[in-house]
Ligand binder design. Sequence first.
Ligand code: ATP
Ligand code: MG
Length: 343
Amino acid sequence: MSLIKVENLVKDYKINVKKKGLVGAIGSLLVPEYKMKRAVDNISFTIDKGETVGFIGPNGAGKSTTVKMLTGILTPTSGNVEIGGLCPYKQRKKNASRIGVVFGQRTQLWWDLPVIDTFELLKHIYKVPEKVYDENIELFSEMLGLKDFINQPVRQLSLGQKMRADIAASLLHNPQIIFFDEPTIGLDVVAKEKIREFIKYINKEKGITMLFTTHDMQDIEKTCSRMIIIDHGTTIYDGTVDQIKNRYGKTRTLIVEFGQVYDKIDLIPGVEVVDTKDNKKWLAFKKEEVHISSLIADLTNKYSILDLTIQEPEIESIIREIYEGGVNYDKSLSGGGKEVLSK
Ligand SMILES: Nc1ncnc2c1ncn2[C@@H]1O[C@H](COP(=O)(O)OP(=O)(O)OP(=O)(O)O)[C@@H](O)[C@H]1O
Ligand SMILES: [Mg+2]
């Protein structure tokens, strides 16, 4: 059964249009002029219990706006949102007890208080039983390395420390669903990896359902099984991470380590050398045009070969292509939990 249901969701923002110059500015104050901006344009999807969904899209695509509607911070202009049968903006308090939210751009921790005091406050706000609280503090401290700074005021913390404390704070009350809106933004690779490991663990051990917004495709590859891509407020892809690689990552690379250095090699049609280093060559080809077995057979017939490695397409390059419009999609089909991209 679906835990999250989003149906034809729309959000329009009212933007105050400021006129130029002093006279214009005064005019704007006296007679404000507005225009409407559609940030989310008819999005539909459902998420089942325990699913891990990457929610991605270029800047300004409408991701944060959607997350805000799912968490009850914003009221939709039209459409429906249901979280475990609740309407988030109407039943905000009840919904809050079931969800956890991290906005990487903004902390929910009390700036002047030590981290542990925020945790204590949240324990009271969410009425977390003592035992659950103690267990969680221990688990999160251990896995996120909070011990070093748990007694320090939040304003003294580094970005990575703050983010780890924020993530712990969002999970103290054992929510069923977690919304992560860029929880790895600005972090170094080690810190990101630590957070991904933790996310994977809580998903597996606690069965938490997750919607994860990020611009780092490694976050998605390592923690999510499904991916929803939105652009200009509409869904352009909804499917598994593997599917997108198989269907849209059409170029493969075969890395060949030859027994000697060859300046030039003779290749079957459709294959080209994209890089050379000493006795190694990187051969690129389209998987529909060239059978990998024919390519390998041809090479081993003609040359002495020490090693062969097939490189799968990087998810980053596929997504880049989609964002840049290299993969066409049919907007009329968008939403509804189905794949809408087509090459
Ligand atoms: N409070 C607001 N008032 C007016 N327009 C807004 C407001 N918040 C967002 N927008 C606009 O709505 C659109 C979607 O913004 P949103 O923050 O949802 O994008 P996003 O996908 O989260 O982008 P990013 O990857 O940069 O975080 C943008 O065009 C943005 O300028
Ligand atoms: Mg955002």
